[in-house]
Design a protein around this ligand. Structure first.
Ligand code: KG4
Ligand code: ZN
Length: 334
């Protein structure tokens, strides 16, 4: 079975075709980074307009590369959560193409896509597993029992971890998107020069809080000489605090659940320091670590096509109406 996947929830336009026999057969991602960089963050209206410009030509190219639309048996599109205007572009195009081509369609939860992305790798995890979902809008620890079987074990009480990276990067004078820029700056810094807290690790539970850390960065920056070296040291200290906080909670969750596989997913999962630290944690805990390749880590349609195939294969269908949701709880998919 071949499924077309469409992703437009934020600032990446992406289209892919997944084949249940051979895997991803065509995949394109267009990032709007340069469009939003001048504003220091995503401008929703500009994002929607750019998705409109890019999506149909990309669908044409990807479908041609995959061997034409006659080879497709379904369409999957991200229906939420995300920017409502951006989502509506993918939903309207995906649902309309399915109607015009006489194919079944299915609406996919963006975070479910991230959660299942490691299944596209040659050595995938097997259900059940523990997942750390870290993106621009989410910080979740999830017990994944199977498709749609998601127990939220931990959540953030305020900022998502990607958001904390982006805001900290902005404070340090780095360009949007902040996460990768901050990681690069941190490479030349001394993480031990300034002290940063490990929020909420001194009490039981698996929830997170990152807004205090961001404030701590601002205070440290004001007290420093704000030289290039001081900025690099602050970036390194901040990143280490985030990574260690996430690692402490992952270790705790592995012990509490008895699960032996840990998946990292979402854009912040691209962070090398986080991957290295979590590898050390699973080695010590006798568990295994899984993460998608970089292309499937940040926003992409490969994960949407794959999740779409799983849902279509078990008979799910969406009606011919459009339905996009800016907010949509992962736990409600059960
Ligand atoms: O999953 P994603 O592409 O989009 C959302 O669904 O939010 O995640 C984007 C987030 C941004 O906050 C970005 O700064 C962060 O992931 N990010 C990183 C890195 N690459 C992307 N954060 C830290 N280190 C990175 N290398
Ligand atoms: Zn995402």
């Amino acid at each position: 079975m071949r499924v077309l996947g469409i992703e437009t929830s934020c600032d990446e336009t992406s289209v892919a075709v997944y084949d249940s026999e051979t895997g991803i057969v065509a995949h394109e991602i267009y990032s709007q980074q340069t469009l939003h960089a001048a504003y220091g963050g995503v401008v929703p209206e500009l994002a929607s307009r750019d998705h409109i410009r890019k999506l149909l030509p990309m669908v044409r190219g990807v479908v041609r590369e995959a061997g034409g639309r006659e080879s497709l048996q379904g369409v999957a599109y991200t229906a939420g959560p995300g920017l409502i205007g951006a989502l509506l572009v993918g939903v309207a195009v995906g649902r309309s193409l399915a109607w015009a081509w006489g194919l079944p369609a299915v609406a996919i939860h963006h975070m479910e896509g991230h959660l299942l992305a490691p299944m596209l790798e040659p050595v995938p995890p097997a259900f059940p597993f523990l997942a750390l979902l870290v993106s621009g809008g989410h910080t979740l620890l999830v017990r994944v029992g199977g498709l749609g079987d998601y127990d939220i074990l931990g959540d953030t009480l305020d900022d998502a971890v990607g958001e904390a990276f982006d805001k900290t990067a902005k404070a340090l004078g780095l360009p949007y998107p902040g996460g990768p820029a901050l990681e690069a700056l941190a490479r030349g810094g001394d993480p031990a020069r300034f002290t940063f807290p490990r929020p909420m690790t001194d009490r039981p539970g698996l929830d997170f809080s990152f807004s205090g850390l961001k404030t701590h960065v601002l205070q440290t920056l004001c007290r420093s000489d704000a030289s290039p070296q001081a900025r690099a040291d602050i970036a390194a200290g901040f990143q280490q605090a985030v990574v260690e906080t996430l690692a402490i909670k992952c270790r705790r969750a592995l012990r509490e659940t008895g699960l032996r596989q840990l998946v990292i997913a979402g854009g912040v999962g691209a962070n090398q320091a986080l991957r290295e630290k979590l590898q050390a944690v699973v080695d010590e805990e006798g568990a295994a670590l899984f993460y998608p390749r970089l292309e499937y880590c940040t926003d992409n349609a490969a994960m949407i096509a794959y999740a779409g195939w799983l849902r279509l294969a078990r008979g799910e269908r969406c009606p011919a109406s459009f339905n996009a949701r800016a907010r949509w709880s992962l736990a409600s998919l059960r």
